[in-house]
Design a protein around this ligand. Structure first.
Ligand code: HEM
Length: 395
């Protein structure tokens, strides 16, 4: 059931959602303890050191240059990473262009206003010139977003790399929460991807930067007691130009800075979207909002950790997927070599393992289903040394 249909039909019963949420929190905690370290074991800090030592500095310089001309790039990249990671995992499937045979994720409704694809193209071009076919588009999104967060005054969190690019991108797979979902409904999306309620409130703190179009919140401007009356009047006059669809800052205090001002605004009833304001009202989340509003450093620390966790959702690693040469198109399929009659007998059929043309299911949801009832996966000795500790440096 899509979120918009849930919102329209009201089929989700809040009490069962809350019960479900409590069970989910426990499961998510176990997943965080056992499954997440296993995924992170496949991602490594400094993955590109041997193959493309300048990769991270090339990305940083490109982001910095772009931010010098447009401060809204941080918001664009944060939203791009969210929309990528929540659909088939962080595999850059959002970057694929549609073709006559395939309508890609990019062209699904919720992705219409995702921006900065050209910046990713530029970074990819620079990386291909330096070290061809080494750095994945999925890693470019993740590292570039972190850099943009740092340059906007946010935390400098560790980004382990080694993600591979996905082989599937379908508009029909895009099922993201809309701005009118309730806290409980929104949490279903986060819990399904192994994130806790606390982390959901933290990640929604990304609305500390960027804008929303009037069409996403205009129904709140008439008689919504949870919005400050002065703000409602101001937004009404901005949104009156109905033939355009103007935008306003999601954080009415500091729209370009990654800080805790967003939460302070929520306490003043100055949240723009319904889901944002509800975080301050709902009994299960209002405590987190007050804590972050009081403690700016605490927010940054939590935000860095939550971004790191979001960046590990459903990642492809090792021989899975591919490293695209162009982030907008899948690599051409390799033609199978026709064996000559003399070698024919010696050629064994390709093993399933070696078949990289098929998209493996994202590890996130499916892997978690498989893990149900099984003992949690404890990293092997070999993997143990690769497990990275999260590091978040607050500016
Ligand atoms: C329940 C969860 C969420 C909902 C319902 C939601 C919804 C929205 C909507 C409707 C917009 C306005 C888009 C537009 O007008 O073009 C928006 C903007 C934005 N969202 Fe979210 N969002 C959610 C979670 C997140 C998360 C987890 C992140 C990142 C970690 C994020 C980052 C952003 C950013 C940075 C913008 C501003 C984009 C820009 O300026 O171009 N959002 N969101």
């Amino acid at each position: 059931m899509s979120v918009s249909s849930i919102a329209k039909t009201g089929k989700f019963k809040n009490s069962s959602c809350i019960l479900y949420a409590k069970m989910g929190t426990k499961i998510s905690f176990l997943l965080f303890l056992f499954v997440l370290p296993a995924v992170l074991a496949d991602l490594r800090v400094g993955f590109y050191k041997p193959t493309c030592p300048e990769a991270e500095s090339i990305i940083f310089q490109a982001v910095q240059k772009r931010l010098n001309t447009d401060k809204s790039v941080t918001a664009a990249l944060l939203r791009m990473q969210f929309h990528d990671c929540f659909v088939r995992g962080c595999d850059a499937s959002i970057l694929i262009d549609s073709t006559s045979q395939n309508q890609a994720e990019k062209d699904a409704g919720p992705n219409q206003t995702v921006r900065e694809y050209k910046l990713i193209d530029e970074i990819k071009k620079a990386l291909e010139a330096k070290c061809p076919s080494k750095v994945s588009c999925a890693d470019i999104i993740t590292v570039a977003t972190r850099d943009a967060v740092v340059l906007a005054g946010g935390p400098n969190y560790t980004v382990p790399t080694g993600r591979r690019d996905g082989l599937v991108s379908k508009a029909g797979d895009v099922n993201l929460p809309g701005p009118q979902v309730t806290v409980s409904q929104a949490f279903q999306f986060f819990k399904a991807r192994g994130l806790t309620l606390d982390e959901m409130v933290t990640l929604l703190g990304a609305h500390t930067v960027g804008v929303a179009h009037c069409s996403f919140f205009s129904e709140r401007l008439q008689n919504d007691p949870s919005m400050d009356a002065q703000l409602a009047a101001k937004l009404s006059s901005i949104c009156a130009h109905s033939n355009t669809d103007p935008t306003v800052f999601l954080d009415q205090g500091t729209g370009f800075a990654v800080d805790n001002e967003f939460y302070k605004q929520l306490l003043l009833k100055r949240g723009i979207m319904q889901i944002d304001q509800e975080l301050a009202q709902h009994a299960s989340t209002s405590g987190f909002v007050s804590r972050f509003a009081r403690d700016g450093n605490g927010f940054k620390q939590s935000f860095g950790n939550a971004m790191m966790k979001m960046g590990s959702i459903g990642v492809l690693v090792g021989n899975e997927g591919e490293v695209r040469k162009n982030c907008r198109v899948f690599n051409p399929k390799k033609k199978p070599t026709v064996p000559s009659p003399s070698t024919k007998a010696k050629v064994s059929p390709p093993s399933k393992k070696a078949d990289n043309t098929k998209q493996k299911k994202p590890k996130g949801k499916e892997q978690k289903k498989k893990n149900k009832g099984k003992k949690p996966k404890v990293p092997s000795k070999k993997n143990k040394k690769n497990i990275i500790k999260s590091t978040v440096i607050i500016n």
